[in-house]
Design a protein around this ligand. Structure first.
Ligand SMILES: Nc1ncnc2c1ncn2[C@@H]1O[C@H](COP(=O)(O)OP(=O)(O)O)[C@@H](O)[C@H]1O
Ligand SMILES: [Mg+2]
Length: 299
């Protein structure tokens, strides 16, 4: 693949090879994502959408190649990066209230995090309250996260990413399984953010929202060469591209079933909350003192 110029790109991957242990998901991947717009990452089940997002967030380190986020390394970019993991990748047994979960979005990586509980500023409280209001979870603020429905979990995780007031927002499957009202609300919020210059990069199964809302779409198929196509949705989403992106899943899409990920075997995807959300955790504080229950609960 030729190396595209990276000037002006908010996120740039150059010749990246990344995966899990010996399992390489992407090899020699080169990709530029523009700033200040909505970018949708679409692809079939297991096509590498989450892997791509985790690589941008710095949660997965490439074995080869460079990743630049906002001109910085992914680690340096964490100061202005918000990340919402896929709901099914989170261990919801972790004992936290909704407010605590959302507040985690404020304290990641700051020097305050160790003593954050003592010196939470007024500004932090306002940002957390505002993020909860934006995603309509303020009434759930004192609920344990394991008591939430699937849609509520998504909204709480999105609120946590928003609490950071990030310049770059990465959302992994935020919209499927929200009800229609919440979906509209989500897109309203995200439109406001892109109007203010935020770059929103999100994975999705919902092709109709891609065409309606996104400036840019990236079609991913890790086993089919990595990036199948990229550009404005109305130009890019031809039948040929969709076929190469989704393969045999396309028939299911055209029937309107957008919840393929939910049928995926989840065990090896399910990480401890502290692993998946390392962006937001003070591990030392949370490792001590919290014991997971034996039972598993899934939404
Ligand atoms: N934690 C993991 N350990 C090992 N393999 C994984 C892990 N997460 C995902 N994979 C594998 O990486 C590939 C891409 O997965 P993923 O990025 O989750 O796809 P998508 O988000 O598009 O469904 C798949 O083959 C999947 O099985
Ligand atoms: Mg995924």
């Amino acid at each position: 693949m030729t190396i595209a110029p990276v000037s002006g790109a908010e996120v740039a991957l150059r010749d990246v090879t990344v995966g899990y242990g010996g399992h390489r998901v992407f090899e020699h991947l080169t990709l530029n994502i523009p700033g200040g717009v909505f970018t949708g990452i679409i692809g079939g089940n297991g096509s590498g959408k989450s892997t791509l997002l985790k690589t941008i967030a710095g949660l997965l380190s490439p074995s080869q190649g460079d990743v630049t986020v906002g001109g910085d390394s992914p680690t340096a970019a964490r100061a202005y990066l918000g990340y919402m993991p896929q709901v099914s990748n989170v261990d919801w047994r972790f004992p936290l209230t909704v407010r605590e979960l959302v507040a985690m979005g404020r304290y990641q990586f700051s020097w305050k995090r160790r003593i954050g509980r003592l010196i939470r500023s007024q500004e932090d409280r306002i940002a957390v309250d505002r993020a909860m209001a934006m995603m309509d979870v303020q009434d759930l603020h004192d609920r344990q996260i394991n008591e939430l429905s699937g849609g509520q979990r998504k909204r709480a995780l999105i609120a946590r990413a928003l609490a950071r007031q990030p310049r770059i927002l990465l959302l992994d499957e935020p919209s499927a399984a929200l009800d229609a009202v919440s979906d509209d609300q989500l897109f309203d919020v995200l439109c406001e953010l892109t109007d203010l210059g935020t770059s929103v990069i999100m994975t999705t199964h919902d092709l109709s929202t891609v065409i309606e809302h996104y400036a840019e779409v990236i079609c991913v198929n890790a086993t089919g060469g990595g990036i199948v196509a990229q550009g404005p949705p109305t130009e890019v989403l031809t039948e040929e591209v969709l076929r190469r992106t989704f393969g045999r899943e396309l028939a299911i899409f055209s029937r309107g079933d957008m919840h393929l990920d939910e049928s995926e075997p989840r065990e090896h995807h399910t990480l401890r909350l502290a692993d998946e959300l390392q962006l937001h955790m003070d591990e030392h504080e949370h490792r001590a003192g919290h014991v997971h229950g034996a039972s598993r609960e899934r939404d």
